[in-house]
Ligand binder design. Structure first.
Ligand SMILES: *Cc1c(COP(=O)(O)O)cnc(C)c1O
Length: 420
């Protein structure tokens, strides 16, 4: 593995700006904390032993490198480009999120802090952070909107089992944005011994760059694996985009390869015109603005009020998008598409039946985006889909979407057994 260069193609410019987007709009009390974090990250990345220790940790603890799988059955079903899948589902905790949290864990160790906090919406980032905290022996507090605590109970259960304190936030709409505010309030009072583990490539500088740095391991591996498997680079790379970390990670490996087309797939939910979606870039509904400490394209109304977002995939249901991706979109380097809930469930079903692989509902957006286009490419071409995570976590949602009656019976029998 090569140490990512300081002037990598995905490094921001001055003050953490990617073109018009990014920056750091932080409250005064946190200025010093952010300065400390920037220094710690800069020192770490200049120390070759740091990247080596990260790669070693990910290989002995998380199962990296993850494979690239050639999907012969899907390829034959569509009759176009050869379909390859990067298997982040095989990473420990079942998704790419581990890359980021374990990397930040190593940084916390270097900074000598004893406690981590994080916000979580669907709970995946909370579980990953609680896992990291257990491994590194850190105290851990996870902020989660009360509404999400009720909806995502299995993840809450695991966070607690892993030793984290889970605080249900009762402000506002009791969802992700309220959890972010509560976590920031905690940090403003606890920054001396506490690190805030950002879950994706969003938030104030240096988080977008730092998270991309850790996630770039996906792209670095995938590029070498595609060259090994086919002797050439893929024609297109597809990734789903929530905050944008798995997409930034795999795209980082190919940004310097102009022949590789990069495609981000956002959540069209019930359709972009229905208003129930989370597509900020595809479909042109997002507008530039500053919120949550950084500038990017947000889903907001004319008055700048953040809109409600929706997706069948909880991990894609977010108002903003990584500033690097907003810039790459503006510069035309990444094309953005979207996929509806219905298309996504169909893509998931086909992938399970054809390949025995269960992509997460989030990842299934990338599959749906690729499936729409592969038939128009030639069999001499290959495409690479980033499978950001595994889908067995989505059993409740998928069983509902497929209207599975045996599953409903099972849940009813199970809950009847608990009646007092
Ligand atoms: C959290 C999550 C996502 C969305 O986050 P990004 O930062 O956009 O990658 C995608 N896939 C899975 C499996 C997730 O858990």
């Amino acid at each position: 593995m090569t140490i990512p260069a300081e002037r990598s193609p995905w490094a921001p410019g001055r003050e953490g700006y990617y073109g018009d987007f990014g920056g750091a709009f932080t409250p005064e009390v946190l200025h010093e904390t952010f300065a400390e974090l920037r220094t710690a990250f800069d020192d770490a990345r200049r120390d070759p032993a740091f990247w080596e220790s990260y790669v070693a940790l990910m290989s002995t603890y998380a199962g990296r490198s993850t494979p690239v799988t050639y999907c012969d059955n899907l390829t034959r079903a569509f009759g176009g480009a050869r379909i390859f899948v990067k298997r982040e589902d095989l990473n420990h905790t079942g998704a790419h999120k581990a890359n980021n949290v374990m990397g930040q864990g190593l940084l916390v160790q270097r900074m000598g802090k004893r406690r981590v906090i994080a916000e979580t919406g669907a709970g995946q980032h909370g579980v990953a952070t609680a896992t990291m905290a257990a491994r590194f022996g850190l105290a851990c507090t996870i902020y989660m909107g009360e509404e999400d605590v009720a909806r995502q109970h299995p993840n809450v259960f695991w966070m607690k089992q892993l030793g984290a304190e889970v605080i249900a936030v009762t402000d506002g709409t009791r969802t992700l944005k309220d959890a972010i505010n509560a976590a920031l309030r905690d940090w403003a009072e606890s920054m001396d011994d506490t690190h805030y583990v950002m879950g994706t490539v969003c938030g104030p500088h240096p988080f977008p760059e730092m998270v991309t740095y850790f996630q770039s391991i996906i792209g670095q591996e995938a590029r070498a694996q595609m060259l090994d498997a086919t002797g050439e680079l893929p024609r297109r790379v597809y990734a789903c985009v929530g905050g944008g970390s798995n997409a930034s990670g795999i795209f980082a490996g190919f940004l310097d390869d102009p022949s590789v087309e990069l495609v981000g797939v956002e959540a069209a939910g019930k359709g972009i015109d229905s208003g129930m979606h989370a597509a900020r870039l595809a479909g042109g509904k997002g507008r530039p603005g500053v919120a949550q400490g950084y500038k990017t394209v947000f889903l907001q109304n004319e008055e700048g009020l953040m809109q409600d977002t929706y997706s069948v995939a909880a991990g894609l249901d977010y108002i903003g998008v990584g500033p690097m991706l907003a810039d790459l979109h503006q510069r035309g380097r990444v094309r953005f598409e979207s996929a509806t809930d219905a298309e996504v469930v169909e893509a998931l079903r086909l992938t399970m039946r054809s390949e025995g692989i269960i992509p997460a509902l989030e990842s299934s957006h990338a599959f749906a985006g690729a499936f729409r286009e592969v038939s128009s490419l030639s069999s001499a071409d290959s495409v690479l889909i980033n499978q950001s995570g595994r889908g067995d976590k989505d059993i409740f949602t998928v069983a509902d979407a497929l209207d599975d009656n045996d599953w409903k019976d099972f849940i009813q029998r199970k809950s009847a057994g608990y009646e007092r």
